[in-house]
Design a protein around this ligand. Structure first.
Ligand SMILES: [Zn+2]
Length: 262
């Protein structure tokens, strides 16, 4: 579990404290979208802790993954859209605090904009935030990432992958020491909330494109989950599993960096 001090590197300490103690105002809880409970606190701290652990794996082995996280709507002093704390922002701030990185990048391909991540790093030129998302989808008031691509409703595999292929080189060109990949699978056509029209195969090509662009340049990558609301839910589960199978396959074929980085 992440501790409150580490979480407070990316969040208002008063917000962190109020959430953990169950003292948030009702309106703030409503914006998060989950009822408050002790179990929610444990889940939230464990989710942020998972991303911190995956970060250590990535720095030592080339990649790390967590079956949680990617809670990208959480802002500095408030949660939103089922996101309490921003695990990716916490992990980056933690590496910065310890002087272990100079630059970081976030590739957020959840169908909803990574607005919390964009806002937290808006004034930090050492963090490149890239979000490709549904232009007409939540959040309706978008924040400004370093690179935003808003896609029209109904975007299908070919157009999606073409846009991604054009944009993606900007991320390794920034020369980040680590890349966070928010691999939400709500761009699937079967998704209740996504409004895009990707196939599972298209989503797999998306993952491969991202992971290979990191691997080619030897940049460690941390993979987190993100949204997924398919009907039936098994399609979401299978899409997430596909992402992690691909990571495993790539690690067998040399994704691992053998020399631990400092
Ligand atoms: Zn989403």
């Amino acid at each position: 579990m992440a501790d409150p001090q580490t979480i407070s590197l990316a969040h208002d300490p008063a917000y962190v404290d109020a959430f953990i103690r169950g003292n948030l105002p009702a309106a703030a809880i409503r914006r998060i979208g989950f009822p408050w409970s002790q179990e929610l606190v444990e889940r939230t701290l464990a989710s942020a802790g998972g991303t911190l652990s995956a970060t250590e794996d990535a720095l030592h082995f080339g990649w790390g993954g967590t079956l949680a996280g990617g809670t990208h709507h959480a802002l500095y002093a408030e949660g939103a859209g089922f996101c309490v704390f921003n695990d990716i922002a916490i992990a980056i701030r933690n590496l910065q605090r310890d002087g272990r990185i100079q630059r970081a990048a976030v590739i957020d391909l959840d169908v909803h904009q990574g607005d919390g991540t964009a806002a937290i790093f808006a004034n930090d030129p050492s963090v490149f935030t890239f979000s490709m998302h549904g232009a007409a989808n939540f959040p309706f008031r978008k924040q400004e990432s370093r690179l935003d691509i808003g896609l029209p409703d109904g975007t299908s595999d070919d157009e999606y992958l073409a846009q991604l292929a054009r944009a993606l080189p900007q991320v390794p060109d920034f020369e980040p020491d680590i890349i966070y990949y928010q691999s939400g699978v709500d761009a699937l056509a079967s998704d209740r909330l996504g409004r895009l029209s990707l196939t599972p195969e298209g989503l797999g090509q998306r993952d491969r494109m991202v992971l290979e662009s990191c691997r080619k340049r030897g940049i460690p990558v941390v993979v987190t989950l993100g949204g997924g609301y398919s009907e039936p839910i098994e399609r979401t589960v299978e899409a997430h599993a596909q992402t992690f199978r691909l990571c495993h396959e790539l690690s067998l074929s040399g994704f691992v960096t053998n020399s631990p980085r400092p």
